[in-house]
Ligand binder design. Structure first.
Ligand SMILES: [Fe+2]
Length: 341
C-alpha cells in the first residue's frame, strides 16, 4: 500500500465512522404534560431502542447518581424505529424534573437476537440538562400563547412567538394550519416542529389543534403519531389551571363530495361523532366544576356560506351555548373577527 492510498483508506474509515454514528435529528418535544405525566418525542436518523433518564431538579451533576430509565415501549415490547415516544407516569405535581433522551442504534433485529451500534443522547455535560415542569392541580392562573395558520412559514412563526416568556408561558397553543398539507415526516418537521424545538418545545409543551390543512395529503393519517392526546383523537378536553379546555376538529371546510377531495373526505360523520362526545364532556363534573371554559377550534363555526363551518355551527353551537363557554378561539380566516355568542 502506498502512502497516498494508506491515507485515503484512513480518510475512508473516518468518513464511514462519522456517517454511521446515529444522530438525533429532531426534538425532543413535550406533549401531554399534566400534574402526573409527560410524553417526550424525538426522532433519529437510524432505527434505535430509546429511553429517557429522569433526574430531580437541582444544580448537582447529572452524573452524580444513576437515574431511573423510561423506555419507548408499547404492548410489552420496546418500540424500535426512528420516531421515539416515551411516556412517564406517576410524577409529582408542580415539580420540575431534569431529563436526558438516549437512543441506541439497532443494527440487527432478529427473533432471538438484537445487535446494537452506538448510542446518542442529549448533552448533559457541556450544557444544562433539559427540564420540564408538571402542572399544579390548584394553579389559579395560566398563561399561554396561540399561533396558527403559519402554513410552514418558519419566519412568520418566529415573529409570532415574540410574546413567549420562558418559565412564564405555560404552553403554546398551535391552532391549526401549521403546515399547508401533510406529505411526509420531513415536511412536518421542517414546517414547524423543528423550529418549535429550537425556540421552546423541549422545555415548554405545545398543544396541537388540527386544522383543515393538516387533514390533507398522504401523510395525514399519521397525525396522531406526532400529537398524542388523552382521547387518542384530534378532539379532546383537559384542564389547565382554572381553565377547562375543549379542543375540536372542524375537519374540512367544503362539502365531503367536493371534487377537490377525490372521495377522501368524511367530515359530516366526524363532526357528528364530536357532537356526541361534546354532550358527554359538558355534562361531566370536571367541566361543571371548572371556573373558566375555553373552546378551541381551527375553523370558526360562523357564517353559512361554506359547508364545514355551517355544519359545525348547527351541531356544536347549541351544545356550547347551553353549557356556557367563556371564549372560543379559532383561526383559519387569516383576519381578525369578533363574534358574540
Ligand atoms: Fe384553515
Amino acid at each position: 500500500m502506498t502512502q497516498r492510498s494508506f491515507f485515503s483508506f484512513i480518510l475512508f474509515l473516518v468518513c464511514f465512522h462519522t456517517a454511521s454514528a446515529i444522530k438525533i435529528i429532531s426534538g425532543p418535544y413535550l406533549q401531554n404534560v399534566t400534574d402526573s405525566e409527560v410524553t417526550i418525542i424525538w426522532r433519529t436518523d437510524a432505527d434505535a431502542l430509546s429511553w429517557v433518564e429522569l433526574a430531580p431538579d437541582g444544580s448537582d451533576s447529572f452524573y452524580a447518581t444513576a437515574h431511573p430509565r423510561y423506555y419507548a415501549a408499547d404492548m410489552g415490547r420496546a418500540v424500535i424505529g426512528r420516531l421515539h415516544k416515551v411516556t412517564i407516569r406517576k410524577l409529582q405535581p408542580n415539580t420540575t424534573y431534569r431529563y436526558r433522551i438516549l437512543s441506541s442504534e439497532v443494527l440487527v433485529e432478529e427473533p432471538y437476537y438484537v445487535g446494537y451500534g452506538r448510542t446518542t443522547a442529549t448533552d448533559v455535560y457541556g450544557r444544562e440538562a433539559l427540564r420540564f415542569t408538571t402542572t399544579g392541580p390548584a394553579d389559579d392562573s395560566l398563561e399561554f400563547l396561540m399561533v396558527n395558520d403559519i402554513h410552514g412559514d418558519n419566519k412568520k412563526f418566529e415573529e409570532l412567538m415574540a410574546g413567549f416568556r420562558k418559565g412564564e408561558t405555560d404552553f403554546v397553543l398551535f391552532n391549526g394550519d401549521m403546515v399547508s398539507f401533510m406529505d411526509n415526516e420531513n415536511q412536518l418537521f421542517e414546517g414547524f416542529l423543528n423550529k418549535a424545538v429550537d425556540m421552546f418545545a423541549s422545555e415548554t409543551p405545545f398543544i396541537m389543534v388540527r386544522g383543515n390543512h393538516e387533514s390533507r395529503g398522504k401523510f395525514a393519517q399519521k397525525y396522531m403519531n406526532y400529537f398524542p392526546t388523552p382521547t387518542g383523537k384530534p378532539y379532546y378536553a383537559l384542564q389547565r389551571g382554572p381553565v377547562y379546555f375543549i379542543f375540536l376538529d372542524g375537519g374540512e371546510d367544503k362539502p365531503d363530495n367536493c371534487m377537490e377531495y377525490y372521495g377522501t373526505a368524511f367530515g359530516d360523520d366526524y363532526r357528528a361523532e364530536q357532537a356526541e362526545w361534546l354532550e358527554q364532556v359538558v355534562a361531566s363534573e370536571d367541566f361543571r366544576k371548572a371556573p373558566y371554559h375555553i373552546v378551541v377550534c381551527h375553523v370558526p363555526p360562523v357564517g353559512d356560506t361554506w359547508h364545514g363551518p355551517a355544519h359545525s355551527k348547527a351541531l356544536w353551537l347549541p351544545i356550547l351555548n347551553k353549557a356556557g363557554i367563556d371564549i372560543m378561539l379559532c383561526g383559519h380566516l387569516h383576519q381578525h373577527e369578533w363574534h358574540r355568542p
